[in-house]
Design a protein around this ligand. Sequence first.
Ligand code: HEC
Ligand code: HEC
Length: 367
Amino acid sequence: MSRFVTIISLLVSILVLSCQKDENPVPVESDLTSIPYNPISYTPQIPSTFPGMVQPEDNKMTVDGIELGRKLFYDPILSVDSTLSCSSCHNQSANFTDNLDFSFGVNQARTLRSSMSLVDIGYHQDGLFWDGRSATIEELSLLPIIDPLEMQNTWEKVESDLRSHPKYPADFRKAFGITQRADINRDLATKAIAQFLRSMVSSGNAKFDRFFRGEIGMTEQEIDGYLMFFDLRPGELPDAECGHCHAAPLFTTNEFFNNGITESPDFNGFPDKGRGAITGDPTDNGKFKVPSLRNIVLSPPYMHDGRFQTLEEVIDHYNSGGKFSPNKHPLIAPLGMNEYQKEAILAFLHTLTDTTFLQNPAYSDPK
Ligand code: HEC
Ligand code: HEC
């Protein structure tokens, strides 16, 4: 009996508590206009060898916009049970990946693909995600929050949590000039996140960048890797063909190709259709976004399903010419590299490590 009473009183108190919460919401109409709004436009520090970055007309970067986006990126408030932030799966020291084949969402859910690096993401104008299904970072940033395998939240809850938060309303005011808490919405939250992500640009201090600008030399092996990567010594060294798809300076062309990792007799044999599921064109099945190779040493395992644990395995794959499928890209063919030459490609990939980027405090957790 006494246990029964305890349970009843527990239920009553839960009911009372939840009612109290509903009856006393933080006033959403509270005025924010006393907080100054003086947006300072931000120009990303772009290496001299990089192209200019195109920013959307309706979401130009500002210092306060980036800072708000950074807070949101690192804040578990975005996930349903406040256990995961964007950074849980996009960790700076791992080149903004999580070093897993498939990521863990809320409640140990597993994603269907491997997390992706965010380096130089502001340049990716031709489709985001492995299958290119999002056109802009703003549009993409709506999705992890409601993904049933990721943050499992609703935007209604996120908006309400941000509006009633002690600090965020002032941050939104500074970033976007809103006048009241109720003006906080998903559109502004994703705009801020997108500004922060666009600010994450390579430093230009990687060994390759400094070599390319003629500031320093590289070892003979690194140079041999460089020459093969970009097919610069035909006849003398094998053409490794990498640079056609992983083109400098971004080390991606942002296109979608089948690089021969999955064997399939026809267009229907790919367990993950990739680009084809988005375009509806079966000849796109098995095609995936060409990822950047900057900081690639830091983000194993490799490919959209994390199938290769090491770069040695990746290089062996390309050297072998890959597996048969009808739309395998013609450049994926046996390369004929010997052991020294494979090591030279690996040594070259190491020159793409940008420690300044990986340790840049501007991209780190603001707390
Ligand atoms: C549970 C892990 C997880 C969380 C949390 C997560 N992501 Fe991701 N992210 C992934 C995975 C997995 C992919 C690849 C998904 C695919 O291609 O289908 C990805 C891809 C991306 C890409 C595409 C990169 C490219 O090169 O196209 C961006 C941008 C991104 N995430 C940003 C974010 C932001 C912003 C947040 C927070 C709002 C976030 N992610 C939260 C796992 C996560
Ligand atoms: C025909 C275009 C093409 C060529 C040539 C090419 N790649 Fe790739 N590369 C891709 C694509 C597409 C992916 C992603 C495939 C996937 O995940 O299904 C990829 C993925 C990778 C990855 C894994 C990246 C990650 O974040 O998981 C590495 C490493 C890599 N390539 C290195 C190389 C090297 C080294 C060469 C030359 C020996 C090369 N690539 C040649 C298109 C190409």
